[in-house]
Design a protein around this ligand. Structure first.
Ligand code: HEM
Length: 694
């Protein structure tokens, strides 16, 4: 009887559990959560984090799939690492994930969540985003600040050259990290406040480095968007590792720095009361003047947050990208030389790179994209936060989940990229891009409404600096490519723990850059004019050649327009004429004297450490060879080609008097004509209409 009774209770208990289970699941159908590894009580999946977060998440998703659900302490996290999942998060669920999680960094650094990076999705975020887009990122604003960026590039190049020539030697070790960071920080400071953080004289000096260290300490010491206390709030009560205290003191310093800045502006009465916004050239001035009309919205905190975001979000990401790109280029000399050839051919040797060149430098863009693919400065993007339940990849995602997008994993997925670990800028060539559409498999700036608003500004700055460093210097690095991955550290913003160190600027000095203009009018003008004179003399003596050249030009250009520089590339016969002229009458017959700084041998002869003239051994060297070759050869060829082509195309030419034009040579360093060329010319009939317009 006793046995029967105990069985009865046993079955009753099972039935009761079954009914409770049914009731629970009928009322709240069980969610189909994304796959997840074994979770431990309290710490959740924290025990799985071994090396850097992005690497751990990558190896976990190879096991659990591209949509994965993790728990760290009290927070749930959705980790996506496939283009289709990214697409779903930032199209169908874009508004759901348009928030950022609250965090200690947000509490301490965001000036009460008035910084666009941390601001909750809603009216404030929209207003801040609109404000920054209008004042900073619109094409109009970028255009306005373009001259300033070019000016800073000039300073960077000049500073590097000075540093490299310090001991009278060409070449020096420089810490490119510090130089590039100073440049980018100065650009951001000038964009925001109109003034540099490190003055021109201090760039590259001990004082300059010290200023940068201080600034780094104030703005970049703790970039972690979320820290361990955000996942285990109880740690805050014990003052875990002094994280909170450190943040408070850092915020105090930032506040002080920004208060001083505002005071300066206010004291100088830079802010006029005339409401004339056109006159406000810097962001701070504009914001302070807006504060006068709308003080409730444009509070001091809000203005500080805008400036802080500009300095933090813009500087580290941009300077890191430049450094990774340089490291990759140094590890791949063929890409370096291809890039330099592109820049040389499109920009020439006579001027600095500027914003308007960038659209003509597709390979430069490919190099930058490939760098951002391999080393995205923010490998997990910034965390997003869901305010509603949603589905991703067919799984249920409850509200209040943090979304992490593993851009690093997507960028290196062998299913998406051919040889993903290799640096192959060509993969970003126009055709491939058009055919495949890299939208969701290349996400260095994020996607959707919280995507980086500074992408264009960042790319513009990276392109200008990288292009200029490649154009003006020869570089050497001691680091090996295989070491690059190893130095990818685990911070949210990836950093190179060992800055790229060795730079060896070649023969250019800034004085030479400045001197280019002068060279164009002295050396350049003279040599080009001399060559032109010789070419015209030879053409007058060989009318059949003139006729053939004219035919070539007429066929290409027609009668409706004049010759343009770009046409020269398509006129091979005209270029042959110039080359033949230069072969017969090189403007600098002995080239410019070189000076041997070391003993050497040439064709078996010993050359002591003393002056020698000319170089033998090459068949055609009107512009010299090697490092000290004429940097203006490209320009000269264009100038001569254009003017000679125009002379041939537009005028009929005749020798004065009987006989041929004399080809006597004068003495001197330049091979000028003994007697100046005099010839008769008149406009060609077919060109009369066109020429009458000038
Ligand atoms: C190479 C340069 C840059 C890279 C790779 C980069 C990357 C990113 C990424 C990945 C995000 C997060 C997107 C997301 O959460 O989905 C972001 C957000 C942001 N970036 Fe950039 N960034 C760069 C340059 C800049 C610059 C120059 C500025 C400003 C001066 C800037 C300002 C911002 C801001 C304000 C946000 C937050 C947007 C929001 O929450 O609404 N970034 N950036």
């Amino acid at each position: 009887m006793e046995n029967l009774n105990s069985n009865y209770y046993y079955y009753l208990a099972i039935l009761l559990c079954f009914v409770i289970f049914l009731l629970k699941h009928l009322r709240h159908p069980r969610k189909r959560l994304p796959p997840s590894p074994l979770s431990l009580p309290i710490i959740g999946h924290l025990y799985l984090i071994k090396n850097s977060l992005h690497q751990t998440l990558t190896s976990l998703s190879t096991k659990y799939g591209p949509v994965m659900y993790l728990r760290f302490g009290c927070r749930n996290m959705l980790v996506v690492s496939s283009p289709s999942a990214v697409e779903e998060c930032f199209t169908k669920n874009d508004i759901v994930f348009a928030n950022r999680p609250q965090s200690m960094a947000g509490d301490k650094f965001s000036f009460n969540y008035t910084a666009v990076v941390w601001a909750p999705y809603g009216y404030l975020w929209r207003a801040l985003r609109r404000l920054t887009v209008i004042e900073l990122f619109s094409s109009n604003s970028l255009q306005k600040s373009s001259a300033m960026r070019s000016e800073e590039i000039g300073l960077l190049i000049r500073g590097l050259l000075k540093a490299s020539n310090k001991n009278g030697t060409s070449g020096a070790k420089v810490n490119s990290s510090s130089w590039v960071f100073t440049f980018v920080f100065n650009v951001m400071m000038r964009t925001g406040t109109g003034k540099r953080c490190v003055s021109e004289e201090d760039i590259g000096t001990e004082k300059g480095k010290q200023i940068i260290e201080e600034i780094r300490g104030i703005f970049f010491a703790s970039l972690l968007v979320m820290n361990v206390c955000d996942f285990f709030p109880v740690l805050k009560w014990f003052g875990y590792k002094g994280i909170e205290k450190g943040m408070v003191s850092l915020h105090k310093k930032r506040n002080e720095f920004l208060n001083n800045l505002f005071d300066e502006f206010r004291q100088k009465k830079v802010i006029s009361t005339d409401r004339n916004r056109e006159k406000k050239s810097t962001l701070v001035e504009t914001l302070l003047s807006l504060q006068e009309s709308e003080p409730e919205f444009y509070t001091d905190d809000l203005i500080k947050s805008v400036i802080t975001v500009l300095l933090i979000a813009g500087t580290e990401t941009t300077s890191m990208t430049i450094q990774w790109a340089m490291s990759l280029l140094l590890a791949h000399p063929e890409a370096f030389h291809k890039l330099r050839a592109e820049i040389d051919s499109k920009v020439g040797y006579e001027r600095l790179l500027n914003g308007s060149d960038l659209t003509n430098l597709p390979y430069l863009q490919c190099v930058i994209n490939e760098t951002l693919r391999l080393y995205p400065p923010v490998p997990l993007l910034l965390p997003h936060y869901s305010l509603e339940d949603c589905t991703v990849g067919g799984y249920d995602v409850p509200k209040h989940t943090i979304l992490m997008v593993n851009a690093w994993a997507i960028h290196r997925d062998p299913k998406l990229w051919d040889e993903p670990e290799k640096f192959k800028p060509e993969r970003f060539g126009e055709m491939e891009w058009e055919n495949e559409g890299f939208n969701y498999k290349f996400v260095p700036f994020g996607m959707g409404r919280r995507a980086c608003p500074g992408a264009t500004m960042g790319l513009h700055t990276v392109s200008l600096v990288l292009g200029s460093l490649v154009k003006w210097f020869d570089w050497e690095s001691v680091e090996l490519e295989e070491n690059l991955d190893a130095r990818y550290d685990s911070r949210i913003t990836l950093n190179k723990d060992k800055p790229l160190e060795r730079a060896q600027p070649e023969c250019y000095t800034y004085d030479i850059i400045k001197g280019v203009i002068m060279v164009m009018f002295t050396a350049g003008t003279h040599t080009s004019a001399v060559t032109m004179e010789w070419a015209m003399s030879l053409l007058l003596n060989h009318p059949e050649v003139m006729k053939k050249a004219r035919l070539e030009i007429d066929n290409l250009v027609g009668e409706d327009r004049l010759l343009e520089e770009l046409d020269i590339l398509k006129l091979p016969y005209l270029r042959c004429i110039i080359n033949e002229t230069l072969r017969l009458f090189p403007a600098g017959p002995l080239l410019v004297p070189h000076f041997s700084s070391q003993e050497c041998t040439i064709e078996g002869y010993h050359i002591p450490k003393e002056r020698f003239e000319g170089i033998e051994g090459s068949k055609f060297l009107p512009f010299g060879m090697g490092r000290r070759a004429c940097p203006g050869s490209g320009l000269a060829m264009r100038l001569i080609g254009l003017s000679l082509g125009l002379f041939i195309k537009c005028f009929e030419w005749e020798i004065i008097g009987p006989g041929l034009v004399g080809l006597g040579e004068s003495c001197g360093l330049m091979l000028s004509k003994l007697e100046p060329l005099e010839a008769l010319y008149r406009p060609r009939e077919s060109m009369a209409t066109l020429l009458s317009q000038f």
